[in-house]
Design a protein around this ligand. Structure first.
Ligand SMILES: NC(=O)c1ccc[n+]([C@@H]2O[C@H](COP(=O)([O-])OP(=O)(O)OC[C@H]3O[C@@H](n4cnc5c(N)ncnc54)[C@H](O)[C@@H]3O)[C@@H](O)[C@H]2O)c1
Length: 248
């Protein structure tokens, strides 16, 4: 197996389950040491155990990304316990879907706090360190709703559009410091987040996908591992769809 991320340290937020865990497993498979981080300790510890059983290495650091202190602690723990922080994947996300005219300020604030401010917190906590070392790979998870909006997801779509703007701005500011920053737009991925969708809606979603199936967390992990690799050293400021040809 080609362990092209050997010697690298990667932190993945919200990696106790779903896409985040898929990303963490893939980066570990490619040789990176992993910081598994989540608000759900049980899931995170299970995820870490799966990585270790497969021969990977990592630590668990609890972090609620909506709190700056937790983001700073995540970065500090990676550096102190694993020796560095080379790859940061901002994956943690929630949804509180409601039609706009019924959306409360709490629905709005909670989604912005995790899905947008959480990304700012982790990037802000890592930026000084990465700039000093003149090395970094940051990959942020956006969503197709960032471009076209999505009914019931004003808060989520606004946050995910913000993630793309933040990604591009950070990339512009830090290219000369050898830090790449890219965003991924997953299509329809089979996780706990999407499993709540009624069977009829699931069928409609899959009907929009050229490949004829929902994506897997591993599909997203494959792209992230590439963007974290040396081969991707000239790829920055990008927004990449990984959706099996889903019509957005
Ligand atoms: N599943 C999809 O089809 C899809 C499509 C587009 C984008 N996304 C995005 O991908 C990311 C992962 O989605 P998923 O489907 O795996 O969801 P998921 O709900 O299965 O997993 C999200 C993880 O984030 C964690 N989390 C929630 N709040 C947190 C916080 N404040 N701090 C740290 N961790 C927190 C959860 O505990 C959970 O482990 C999200 O950003 C989501 O918006 C998912």
């Amino acid at each position: 197996m080609d362990q092209y991320l050997q010697g690298k340290v990667a932190a993945v937020t919200g990696s106790g389950r779903g896409i985040g865990l898929g990303i963490a497993k893939k980066l570990a498979e490619k040789g990176a040491s992993i910081v598994i981080s989540d608000v759900n300790e049980e899931n995170a510890r299970n995820g870490l155990a799966q990585i270790e059983e497969a021969g990977g290495k990592g630590i668990y650091v609890p972090a609620d990304v909506s709190k700056y202190e937790d983001a700073q602690n995540l970065v500090d723990a990676a550096i102190k316990e694993l020796g560095s922080l080379d790859i940061l994947v901002n994956n943690a996300g929630i949804n509180r879907d409601k039609m706009f005219h019924k959306m409360s300020l709490e629905d709005w604030n909670s989604v912005i706090a995790v899905n947008l401010t959480g990304v700012f917190h982790c990037m802000r906590a890592a930026a000084g360190y990465m700039r000093e070392r003149e090395y970094g790979r940051i990959i942020n998870i956006s969503s197709a709703s960032y471009l076209n909006g999505n009914i019931g997801q004003a808060n989520y779509a606004a946050a995910k559009a913000g993630v793309v703007a933040l990604t591009k701005t950070f990339a512009k500011e830090n290219g000369k410091k050898n830090i790449t920053c890219n965003a991924i737009v997953p299509g329809f991925i089979d996780t706990e987040m999407t499993r709540g969708v009624p069977p009829k809606a699931w069928e409609i979603m899959v009907g929009k996908i050229s490949m004829g199936r929902a994506g897997t967390p591993e599909d997203i992990g494959n792209m992230i591992a590439f963007l974290a690799s040396d081969e991707a050293s000239y790829i920055t400021q990008g927004v990449f769809e990984v959706g099996g040809g889903m019509v957005l």
